[in-house]
Design a binder for this molecule. Structure first.
Ligand SMILES: Cc1cc2nc3c(=O)[nH]c(=O)nc-3n(C[C@H](O)[C@H](O)[C@H](O)COP(=O)(O)OP(=O)(O)OC[C@H]3O[C@@H](n4cnc5c(N)ncnc54)[C@H](O)[C@@H]3O)c2cc1C
Length: 436
């Protein structure tokens, strides 16, 4: 796997509070649970295990928040890509409504954690907006809002004029606003989770790459031994893999169950008051309905941030962000000449069915992977659910039933297919928007 793009060029690394020290693992230890991956999923699992008195050790290859959790758009979005009615049909009478209830509350978990642990995380909770760029997108957006309304969620459909008022340009035909959502400084939040997990009694080791996973003595009921690049091991009853878009080859074929696609972002220099007030004046974040969607917001430093799909490789030069910068000026001409302060990107894990996946391929090994670029809320809540499952053994504590590890056929080629799809989707988006 290619060396991941570093975290430092991001806006978030430049503006987050300092990280708590998480020194590398120096000597072999025993614990109840070893968690590989220090993003929202791993850190939330560790925090909630520690709060239950279960001894958890997190191994993180770089630093907490190094993966998607420290680089994302900070949009806190409840729900999944599928609508509630679809989820109920897909998962049946028992699992379906529970899953809908779970995904409807994921954003609440983020703010509960921020409040409970008094995290130093710039955030606003005035809603998340999904906007329709073309007429085929209007019906699905309205239906989505209606389905959530039926379930008591604080959401509304916005007509064209209202959407313009919220977003600041007139290129959308309609939108819906989900008032459960909002924005956070994502790296500050990851660091807040790490701090809270440590305070609750978990151990977190940064710069510690997990390199092997085996049963003690090769015995199927033996303890798990997680080995690390530096040598020390962690011996535990249970392991949680929470490596998502940064998954390597720790467990056979896991990496091949996802496409690790890049999402790239830019952030402007701080804007003048006048320009700032002309864009998303209510402080919401928005993602639009394009198949290759754009997502944007302002941050607490008064910068405008825009993200979208990048090439299927790590960035090479600033030209890799040029398409995003062009879109930015098309949507908001007042940003011409605003200047770009930060360009960065990260890996988003896409699954074949566009659902998050849980796996339990061996007793005591739980895997959480794939959140389609919507993991801030989801993975915070997933970590809490995984901790509850580990503590109770109740399969219904997990929002989804664990499935088999099924690699995508011809995974190496899938990147090429994916790139072809991206090109095709871009064409369809332009056609729907009347510019192809
Ligand atoms: C550019 C971008 C924008 C996004 N925007 C949004 C958004 O606005 N809203 C939203 O909800 N979601 C967004 N997402 C998705 C979201 O960031 C992710 O879904 C979420 O952060 C995933 O969290 P995680 O804990 O599962 O994994 P990650 O945060 O990716 O953490 C995985 C960690 O595992 C570590 N690791 C991997 N292998 C090993 C190993 N062998 N040993 C030790 N450690 C290992 C990695 O270093 C990494 O830190 C975005 C993602 C990107 C990349």
């Amino acid at each position: 796997m290619a060396e991941p793009f570093p975290l430092e060029p991001s806006l978030w690394a430049a503006t987050a509070p300092a990280a708590v020290p998480t020194p590398p693992l120096q000597e072999s230890v025993t614990a109840d649970v070893c968690i590989v991956g220090g993003g929202y999923a791993g850190l939330s699992t560790a925090l909630h295990l520690a709060e239950r008195g279960i001894k958890a050790v997190v191994l993180e290859a770089r630093e907490p928040g190094f993966g998607g959790s420290g680089r994302n758009g900070g949009q806190v979005i409840p729900g999944l890509k599928f609508d509630p009615d679809e989820l109920e049909t897909m998962f049946g009478n028992e699992r379906g409504p529970r899953l809908v209830d779970f995904v409807g509350r994921t954003a609440d978990v983020v703010w509960e954690l921020i409040d409970k642990h008094q995290m130093d995380v710039p955030n606003t909770r005035t809603g998340w907006i999904q906007s329709a760029i073309s007429s085929p997108a209007v019906g699905p957006i309205e239906a989505r809002a209606r389905q959530w309304q039926k379930r008591g969620a604080p959401v509304e459909v916005l007509d064209r004029r209202e959407t313009e008022r919220y977003v600041g340009h007139n290129q959308y035909l309609a939108a819906w606003i989900d008032r459960r959502g909002g924005v956070v400084q994502p790296l500050a939040y990851a660091r807040g989770l790490a701090r809270a997990a440590l305070a609750a009694g978990a151990a977190i080791h940064g710069n510690t790459l997990a390199t092997g996973l085996e049963r003690q003595g090769g015995n199927k009921s033996g303890k798990w031994i997680v080995s690390t690049q530096q040598g020390p091991t962690v011996t535990v009853d249970r392991v949680v893999l929470a490596t998502n878009g940064y998954t390597g080859d720790l467990w056979p074929h896991l990496r091949q169950t996802i496409i690790a696609a890049n999402s790239f972002q830019v952030a402007t220099k701080p804007l003048s008051d006048n320009v700032r007030k002309s864009i998303l004046p209510g402080g919401q974040a928005t993602s639009d309905s394009r198949r290759i969607g754009l997502y944007y917001r302002l941050d607490h430093t008064g910068r405008f941030l825009l993200g979208g799909r990048g090439p299927m490789r790590e960035p090479r030069s600033i030209d890799d962000w040029a398409h995003i910068e062009t879109m930015m000026e098309k949507m908001f001409p007042q940003l011409k000449g605003a200047g770009i302060d930060f360009r960065w990107g990260g890996r988003v894990a896409i699954t074949r069915d566009h659902l998050p996946h849980l796996h339990e391929p061996a007793p005591g090994l739980l895997i959480d992977i794939g959140c389609m670029g919507r993991g801030v809320a989801l993975q915070s809540a997933m970590g809490r659910a995984m901790a509850a499952y580990i503590a109770s053994g109740d399969p219904l504590a997990l929002p989804l039933p664990p499935g088999k590890v099924r690699p995508l056929p011809f995974h190496g080629l899938n990147k090429l297919y994916f790139q072809a799809f991206v090109t095709w989707y871009r064409f369809l988006d332009r056609r729907d928007a009347g510019v192809a």
